[in-house]
Write a protein that binds this ligand. Structure first.
Ligand SMILES: *Cc1c(COP(=O)(O)O)cnc(C)c1O
Length: 480
């Protein structure tokens, strides 16, 4: 191979067309496929031994290897019956936008390097701010945000802004942060990264519905103030990952206002419900927050690497992340031509928002609203089907398309129930029909369904429930 061929490899076009064709066929056959393909230890050993060759290899051979030996083995989070964790039901529109964006390989760090793409990203962020109720145009309210890789980065970006807004150089070591028992683990991780150690993170108990307990939050804040500490951020969850529970937004915002605390909402999972006409009211109060995390690679059907930090006042991002602090000045409301690298951690960054823009342009708001609501309906259907099944206990009803339950025959111990449900999940995975995993809830091992895939049908759910029931009958300790 000649070095001149490195950038424009001659066979690329032809091979790419063939790949797209093959990928498309595979996607159409998805529902007949298993949700999980297991790789053997021997195959992993073979992969480790591959190394990097001294001489060139044919492109098609390497691509074939990637398909057959790498991509094939995975939990297929794009599969309509993958109901575990948070699925990644990426739309082919997002995939196409992703391919287009990486084909042009835009440097979207600065306004100047791609003004039109920067303009689109910023208008899109402004649109999402409006959906969250972040509206206004003043020194205090000047909404904006940044596209980041996902919820973890979105939370970290917001938490840095919160810390720098509420605390000073001299008081940083006194700042305390408030999460709940159900807050996503990435929040505590992010807090530790930004220098808030576990000693200054308060994990507030949740009530019977897995929502942050307001009395406990208030007393924790008061105790910290009395001890000379400075409460600087409360993280409310708009859709916990475990149960879809939503913390009491309005009460949290009232407390935050009273004590001068930044209110961050982790909506990585649930903020997408704001785009559903029928259910957006569930997040009432989110408009009071100072910042909001929102993952588009979850319930907005995007390929991975697409999340947002939205803020009520974009100067709070600018003041934390501007690369030129010596020239630091607040952005005026009319100052639209700013650089993404001044609003977040990354300098060189891909234009993550463009695939989402393509998706929204093509689908339109109504179709997207329906697509999101489909998940709610499927989870409610699953709950109804499960309730017809013997010995089922629903731990948390369908909420934001998430449902938790377990098989709980009255004659076995708690420990045996834990094992039983773990085994049912394992059997389902071995069977390959659906992906149903366990989570820990109030000290119990429970099964969980997260049903945000647009192609999940009622038949899929009915068959999944009968399989669960079949595995239960096979395992049922009372019959062994
Ligand atoms: C998924 C999730 C995160 C983390 O997001 P990533 O995109 O995986 O980094 C944070 N918070 C909540 C509530 C989530 O569901």
């Amino acid at each position: 191979m000649n070095t001149e061929e490195v950038i424009l490899y001659p066979q690329t076009e032809q091979v790419m067309n063939a790949f797209i064709h093959q990928f498309w066929e595979e996607k159409q056959e998805l529902t007949q496929k298993r949700v999980y393909e297991e790789i053997t230890d021997t195959q992993i050993e073979q992969l480790k031994r591959k190394g990097i060759p001294q001489e060139s290899r044919p492109l098609e051979e390497v691509m074939g290897e990637m398909t057959e030996e790498i991509f094939k083995y995975r939990y297929n989070a794009n599969h309509p019956r993958y109901l575990g964790f948070v699925p990644g039901p990426a739309s082919s529109l997002s995939w196409l936008g992703d391919v287009m964006t990486s084909a042009y390989n835009l440097h979207a760090g600065s306004w100047m390097s791609c003004p039109a793409a920067s303009c689109i990203e910023q208008s899109l962020l402004a649109w999402f701010c409006r959906q969250a109720g972040f509206t206004g145009d003043s020194k205090e309210i000047n909404p904006g945000g940044i596209f980041v890789s996902g919820g973890s980065m979105a939370n970290m970006t917001a938490l840095i802004a919160a810390r720098n807004k509420v605390l000073s150089d001299d008081t940083q070591h006194l700042g305390t942060a408030y999460v709940s028992e159900q807050t996503h683990s990435s929040v505590a991780k992010d807090l530790r990264i930004i220098g808030v150690t576990d000693k200054r993170i308060r994990k507030i108990h949740t009530d019977a519905h897995f929502r942050m307990d307001m009395r406990k939050l208030q007393s924790a804040i008061r105790e910290d103030i009395a001890a000379g500490l400075i409460p600087f951020v409360v993280i409310a969850s708009a859709g916990t990952t475990n149960t879809g529970s939503i913390d009491p937004m309005e009460e949290i915002s009232a407390l935050c206002r009273k004590y001068g605390i930044w209110m961050h909402v982790d909506g990585a999972y649930g903020a997408s419900i704001l785009l559903s006409k029928k259910y957006r009211h569930l997040l009432k109060g989110v408009e009071q927050a100072d910042s909001l995390s929102w993952d588009a690679h979850k319930w907005l059907f995007q390929t991975y690497g697409c999340g947002m930090t939205l803020v009520k006042n974009r100067n709070d991002l600018f003041n934390s992340f501007s690369a030129n602090p010596e020239y630091l000045h607040d952005l005026a409301a009319e100052d639209e031509h700013f650089n993404a690298w001044d609003m977040g951690v990354e300098l060189t960054r891909p234009a993550r928002g463009l695939r989402l823009w393509l998706t929204l342009q093509v689908l339109g708001q109504n179709a997207l609203s329906d697509a999101i609501e489909h998940g709610i309906q499927i989870a409610e259907y699953a709950e109804k089907e499960l309730q017809k099944t013997a010995d089922i206990e629903i731990l948390s009803p369908a909420q934001l398309a998430i449902l938790t339950f377990r098989f709980a025959p009255s004659y076995v111990s708690e420990k045996e129930k834990d094992e039983l449900n773990q085994k049912i999940s394992k059997k389902m995975l071995e069977n390959g029909y659906a992906g149903i995993f366990t989570t820990q809830l109030a000290g119990k091992k429970v099964l969980r369904i997260c049903a945000i895939h647009l192609d999940t049908s009622e038949d899929d759910i009915q068959n999944t429930v009968s399989l669960l029931n079949q595995f239960y009958q096979e395992l049922c300790p009372g019959k062994m």
